[in-house]
Design a binder for this molecule. Structure first.
Ligand code: SF4
Length: 255
């Protein structure tokens, strides 16, 4: 893990303002990054190094030669697309590493008559502190959060990190009414057994019985060479996931 870079970036973005960020890319229209038609901002950098990462290029916190993007540039791009949008989603990498930038961006979107009606969502791996959610909550409409594994041992295998703060974030966000969706990335033979699916659904249901669950099937495309031997879920696996998770009474979305 690139500890020094992560700590440096966290320090920068906990200063009073963050008017620019490391932005890996922007997509003006997406139907898969939250409700409706969304403008998506991909922030660069992640503190994890997941075996199953589908976009490892987004992990380095400060790739050599990458410039920072001023907030005005992002706002201008959102304004241009605004008539066709439902909302804006900030994702990553791990978006909350640049939380101050998100707060500034969302506050300006809310204050601008052209963009004020757009919903503002964050897509996160959940590995952050309650203080970060407190900072984002006043300007954020919803958070989509990944849960890579309920069992910590498997979580460490998949991500290199404990899931303690992820579980805390799920509980915290549900309590604030900000948890839009939890996404399960399922990999055959690793985290997709019936027992763990049942326990995961049970744990989530205890947190929020109205929680929305989304199944993300692992796909090798885009993954690193070390993940190419992992299996992809087939149609029968997906049907089993839906049935097992759905038996909990939670709403289960498509893969
Ligand atoms: S949390 Fe997401 S962006 Fe970060 S390494 Fe894992 S899959 Fe990649």
């Amino acid at each position: 893990m690139r500890g020094t870079d992560v700590e440096l970036l966290a320090l920068v973005h906990r200063s009073d303002t963050a008017r620019e960020a490391y932005v890996a890319g922007m997509v003006p229209f997406s139907a898969v990054d939250g409700p409706g038609n969304r403008f998506v901002v991909f922030l660069q950098g992640c503190q994890w190094d997941c075996l199953v990462c589908h976009n490892p290029c987004s992990i380095p916190v400060h790739p050599p030669g990458m410039r920072t993007t001023p907030i005005a540039e992002v706002l201008a791009a959102v304004r241009d697309a605004a008539p066709f949008l439902t909302g804006v989603t900030v994702t990553g990498g791990e978006a909350t590493l640049q939380a101050r930038f998100i707060r500034e961006l969302f506050a300006e979107l809310a204050a601008d008559p052209v963009t004020a009606r757009l919903s503002r969502f964050v897509d996160s791996n959940g590995d952050t502190e309650p203080e970060v959610w407190s900072e984002l909550a006043p300007v954020t409409d919803g958070v989509m959060l990944d849960l890579k594994a309920l069992d910590d041992e498997m979580h460490v295998i998949l991500t290199g990190h404990s899931n303690r703060r992820v579980l805390e974030s799920i509980t915290d966000l549900a309590g604030r009414g900000l948890l839009h969706e939890v996404r399960l990335l399922l990999v055959p033979g690793l985290n997709d057994g019936d027992d763990v699916l049942r326990r995961t659904a049970g744990w989530l249901r205890a947190v929020d019985p109205h929680l929305r669950l989304r199944i993300n099937a692992f796909r090798r495309e885009g993954a690193r060479a070390c993940a190419r031997d992992l299996l992809e879920p087939g149609p029968e696996d997906l049907a089993r996931y839906r049935a097992t998770l759905g038996a909990s009474g939670l709403r289960v979305g498509p893969s």
